[in-house]
Design a protein around this ligand. Sequence first.
Ligand SMILES: *Cc1c(COP(=O)(O)O)cnc(C)c1O
Length: 230
Amino acid sequence: MVAENLKLVEEKIQAACDKVGRSREDVTLIAVSKTKPVSMLQEAYDQGIRVFGENKVQELVDKYEVMPKDIKWHMIGHLQRNKVKYIVDKVEMIHSVDSIRLAETIEKEAAKKNCIVNITVEVNVAQEDTKFGLKTEEVLPFIEEISKFKHIKVCGLMTIAPYVPDAEQNRPIFAVLKQLLVDIAAKNIDNVNVSMLSMGMTNDYEVAIEEGATMVRVGTGIFGERQYAH
Ligand SMILES: *Cc1c(COP(=O)(O)O)cnc(C)c1O
């Protein structure tokens, strides 16, 4: 099932790229494998997937231990400061940085492990109060402040768009995040080179790609519906 799903997702990514004249290589597919067993991750791996996204530290670390070492792990979920130390040297990128205190902790733990952590700043574009992330107007001062951290590399912006019946409804949200990225890039802040846009999930990744996403986070579309224990 994973193989067929991946084929479909791949076709849709290519179609979205074609539609707006973007190159397929400019979009990274992150296979969001949270709650799914390693057997399913292995199926995706066997199809050539090397980038996986998880939203819980313990689960990421457990899977990291048993899966092949050439996988790039992306932490996409809200991150508690006391858990940063478990993942700083294991992840390719942390997508969900939205506070100075969290950034300070990442800086401290990365310094200890002598590594540099790639991050995107989470922006709550839709201003939903159920979501984490900075307000759009907070992003520039935030990035200016964390640009001084030597062990953090600010790569771009991330958003979780609302769940909507029609993906077109999220197009303006993606457009706002893209514009914010362009505006911040134009500021030429020292040590900051932002070019990454992490936006788009199963329900809206094609629209996100049309609006400039460089990383799409697709879970259900690859692995099927998730079951959560209650
Ligand atoms: C779960 C999750 C996804 C994937 O969601 P799907 O709708 O299953 O594709 C993407 N981004 C984040 C931050 C998530 O937590």
